[in-house]
Design a protein around this ligand. Structure first.
Ligand code: HEM
Length: 230
């Protein structure tokens, strides 16, 4: 069977596809968090970083298209695999028993769906900067710094002073990390890497990485809400 037919037609291929796209999205989430943490280095640092990203359109659009393809394939494989699992389940037992499965693993589809809604909102809020969705009465396009670059620092501070918006970010990022705590360790399993003595190490890698991510991402809105960043 040719590799493309294997990836798109067989259950094992779809599992690989889900694991590979999941890994790509996980890598993006880590890089995006590290980039965002420059918020703590001050206005100049984060604005310069954002300006740099926008000044290389090939990099920006390459990453955007890559992300879109990965999200599309990840969602498609999730729907396909869950339909296949449901079809393979014996008729008559309505409630799936949580035999040894974690809360995160049982809620992957639901957390994934809410994360999707969060990301769409986040793009409208900070990337497209639709004034109606920031609930501050301001247009983020108007925020510019002393160097006449877009003031991303001020956009974050202004954006996170809106309690409902901040709460949505806290919930969205929290669910993302719950999703990753199971997703990262199971992707190693799907790729056949979680074997033998490395199993506990790879399991705890997923767990600890999700804590690093939740703390890293949450630290930004929380520091604004606490008035530590103005
Ligand atoms: C507190 C948490 C977060 C903050 C403060 C934040 C901040 C930002 C900012 C400022 C931008 C716009 C950059 C620019 O155009 O200059 C952005 C874009 C983006 N963020 Fe986030 N982000 C957060 C969480 C997330 C999460 C959890 C995800 C993914 C699950 C994510 C995915 C994206 C994507 C896909 C873009 C669009 C990049 C582009 O194409 O321009 N962000 N984020």
């Amino acid at each position: 069977m040719n590799p493309l037919a294997f990836l798109f037609r067989t259950s094992l291929g779809k599992k690989y596809l889900m694991a590979l796209t999941g890994f790509g999205l996980f890598a993006f989430v880590v890089v995006h968090m590290v980039g965002n943490l420059q918020f703590f280095l001050g206005r100049e640092a984060i604005n310069r970083y954002a300006y740099f990203l926008h000044s290389v359109p090939e990099l920006l659009w390459g990453a955007r298209i890559g992300l879109l393809v990965m999200v599309g394939l990840h969602v498609w494989t999730a729907i396909q695999l869950s339909a296949e699992n449901r079809a393979a389940r014996p008729i008559g037992y309505k409630r799936k028993k949580a035999l040894g499965s974690s809360y995160a693993s049982r809620t992957m589809l639901m957390s994934g769906l809410i994360i999707g809604c969060f990301v769409i909102y986040h793009l409208l809020h900070f990337t497209v900067q639709v004034p109606e969705v920031n609930f501050t009465g301001k247009d983020f396009h108007d925020l510019v710094d002393a160097e006449k670059h877009h003031d991303v620092y001020q956009m974050m501070v202004t954006g996170f002073l809106q309690p409902w918006v901040t709460l949505f970010y806290i919930v969205g990022v929290g669910l993302l990390c719950l999703h990753l705590s199971h997703g990262v360790s199971s992707l190693f399993q799907s790729l056949g890497l979680r074997t033998g003595k490395y199993t506990p190490l790879l399991k705890s890698f997923g767990f600890w990485m999700s804590w690093v991510l939740v703390i890293g991402y949450w630290s930004i809105p929380i520091s604004v809400v606490l008035g530590l960043k103005k």
